[in-house]
Design a protein around this ligand. Structure first.
Ligand SMILES: [Zn+2]
Length: 120
């Protein structure tokens, strides 16, 4: 029988996050575009359609976001947007349940960081 490992609580995970991760979670990421769009092939895509991707990076926490677009004659259609959490180990939180006050936990953790500085 496998040994049951107690999961780290959400609150503990939040309080273990570095301050820059907490600030991104509180206020949103600070996106930059290091390189522009580039053409991609999309498996199962519409024949003859033109698809492009771009990767944006958060200047603060380093999290990349990969965005896929289809180019139409007069506009671009964003088809998907995904975060690459593998590039920022420890950013992702596991096990948040509906109704848990994740944002409030993040803000409390920031407050506690600030109080540590004040009282240092
Ligand atoms: Zn960020």
């Amino acid at each position: 029988m496998a040994t049951r490992v107690d999961p780290v609580s959400l609150s503990e995970q939040v309080h273990a996050l570095p301050l820059e991760y907490l600030r991104c979670r509180d206020l949103g990421h600070d996106w930059s575009v290091p390189k522009g769009f580039f053409k991609v092939e999309v498996e199962g895509g519409v024949r003859g359609a033109l698809y492009v991707e771009r990767e944006v990076h958060c200047r603060s926490c380093g999290l990349p976001r990969i965005e896929l677009f289809r180019i139409h004659p007069r506009w671009m259609e964003k088809l998907s947007s995904r975060y690459d959490y593998t590039q920022v180990p420890g950013y992702r939180l596991f096990g948040p349940q509906k109704g848990e006050h994740v944002q409030g936990m993040v803000q409390l953790a920031i407050y506690m960081h600030e109080m540590e500085k004040v009282n240092a």
